[in-house]
Design a protein around this ligand. Structure first.
Ligand code: BES
Ligand code: MN
Ligand code: ZN
Length: 472
């Protein structure tokens, strides 16, 4: 830690001895290494840093990538408060994790810990984010590679947060289309944005029905990274409802404002596309976004309407607030044309998943256990935890209509799973997983130091980890 700076940070495990120079500066009782304990000491020349922040990591055996991510976020927040330009961070003793894993988690926590959505604050202070420098002895090359990966992934997550925090009057379907074109331009993705006349011409009956009540016309967006000869094809499909009023089956006023985040699945797809392109993963990744605004009005679709989706399958609309599955029907069917090795959709699909799992897990349902297992493992690795629910035939049966092929609601119970039962009708036999992120996409109060109030950007880190698993 022999670096001159305004702030140095030392992460240390509980009950482990600190260097003598550090011990000399503090009361042992104030620096036990208890998890998240923060102690600031002032070396006054005994070390080259003006301040030394000690962050307790808890028991060494309990240190994971996620504790490192959280500690790095706490350090970033202190650095921001003190307004330092650069700070240095070290770990006391042997590194508790492989250096690449440590470096990645450190960078993710550092970048995300200082994320705030300030775009519309006129009086915002322009504090440039402090530059976090990781100082390690052994394994520093691997750690540095991890840091670079972590920075890419965290910036992609922040991009997803910005989109989902963006209000409905800014982040419209057309805005998402424009965002895709700009992303494609910047990263060399092949992009396609279909507008309303093109959707009509090509028969996207699901997206059109949901979007028909809004002056902000729907879009269908495809972003393609790589090509099929470069590696397996993975399709990522995002629900992009830029505002969900519920439509004619209108939602109550309370907290309706939060429904600007109903495009969080799309935001995760955008973030993942940015990250895979910047990481140059040897894969073929197709990002698909179904963007529409769900509004009531004289042109809106109604309960009782029967619509014909892109697949040709007809849907009886029983509740216009079950709109996510209708737009996804077109996106999932479209994904089949790539003959993908996997289709993964992300959607803030149901209140029922919030009842089932609360804010601590993404709901997973699908038709392929191998893909499900990959996602569960990626969830453990990233702490974007995933919990699987069954998708037995009974749940698919519950979505059959008397007068059309399907209906869009399946009764009160098991609502998250019957929603998945509906989606299952549009993926054919391709390996498919559905991630219901309604409970995890938004936090009123952060659960982790690397979150901030509002959009979490959930799904980006998970998807990148999943995709990394298909490499090689
Ligand atoms: N976007 C909502 C789900 C949602 C609720 C996301 C709360 C995030 C927070 C979705 O479109 C919806 O309205 N689902 C209905 C379905 C019902 C009508 C079958 C729901 O869950 O109540
Ligand atoms: Mn809805
Ligand atoms: Zn919705």
């Amino acid at each position: 830690m022999a670096v001159a700076s305004d702030l140095a940070v030392l992460l240390y495990a509980e009950g482990e001895s600190l260097p003598d120079v550090v011990t000399a500066l503090c009361e042992p009782a104030d620096a036990t290494g208890r998890w998240k304990q923060q102690t600031i000491v002032y070396p006054r020349g005994t070390l080259s840093a003006r301040r030394l922040l000690l962050i307790g990591m808890g028991k060494r055996s309990a240190i994971t990538a996620d504790t490192v991510r959280q500690a790095a976020a706490l350090a970033a927040q202190r650095a921001q408060e003190i307004k330092v330009a650069t700070y240095h961070v070290g770990f006391n003793g042997d590194l508790p994790l492989p250096p690449a894993v440590f470096g990645q988690a450190f960078a993710e926590g550092s970048v995300l810990g200082s994320y705030r959505y300030t775009r519309y604050k006129s009086d915002r202070e322009e504090v440039p984010t402090a530059n976090a420098v990781l100082l390690l002895g052994a394994g520093s090359d691997e750690a540095a590679a991890g840091v670079r990966r972590g920075q890419i992934i965290a910036r992609a997550t922040a991009f997803a947060r910005d989109l989902a925090n963006g209000p409905g009057n800014e982040v419209t379907p057309a805005f998402l289309g424009q965002t895709a074109l700009e992303l494609g331009e910047r990263l060399g993705l092949k992009t396609m944005v279909l507008d309303k006349p093109q959707l009509i011409e090509q028969g996207f009956g699901g997206i059109l029905a949901v979007g028909q009540g809004s002056a902000n016309e729907p879009r269908f967006i495809v972003m393609e990274y790589g090509s099929a000869d470069q590696g397996p094809t993975i399709c990522l499909v995002g629900k992009g409802i830029t505002f969900d009023t519920g439509g004619i089956s209108i939602k109550p006023a309370e907290k309706m404002d939060e429904m600007k985040m109903d495009m969080s699945g799309a935001a995760a797809v955008f973030g993942a596309m940015q990250a895979v392109a910047e990481l140059q993963l040897p894969l073929h990744v197709v990002g698909i976004v179904c963007a529409a605004e769900n509004m009531p009005g004289s042109t809106a679709y109604r309960p009782g309407d029967i619509i014909r989706t892109l697949s040709g399958k007809t849907v009886e609309v029983l509740n216009t607030d079950a709109e996510g599955r209708i737009v996804l029907a077109d996106g999932l069917f479209y994904a089949q044309r790539y003959q993908p090795a996997a289709i993964v959709d992300l959607a803030t699909l149901t209140g029922a998943i919030m009842v089932a799992l609360g804010p601590h897990a993404i709901g997973l349902m699908g038709n392929n256990q191998e893909l499900a297992n990959r996602l569960i493992a990626a969830g453990e690795a990233t702490a974007e935890r995933v919990w699987q629910l069954p998708l037995w035939d009974e749940y698919r049966e519950a979505m059959k209509s008397e007068i059309a092929d399907l209906k869009n609601t399946g009764g009160r119970y098991g609502g998250a799973i019957t929603a998945a039962g509906f989606l299952a009708a549009f993926v054919g036999d391709y390996p498919w997983a559905h991630l219901d992120i309604a409970g995890t996409a938004w936090v009123e109060k952060p659960n982790r130091a690397y979150q901030s109030r509002g959009a979490t950007g959930v799904g980006v880190r998970l998807l990148v980890e999943l995709l990394q698993g298909y490499v090689g």
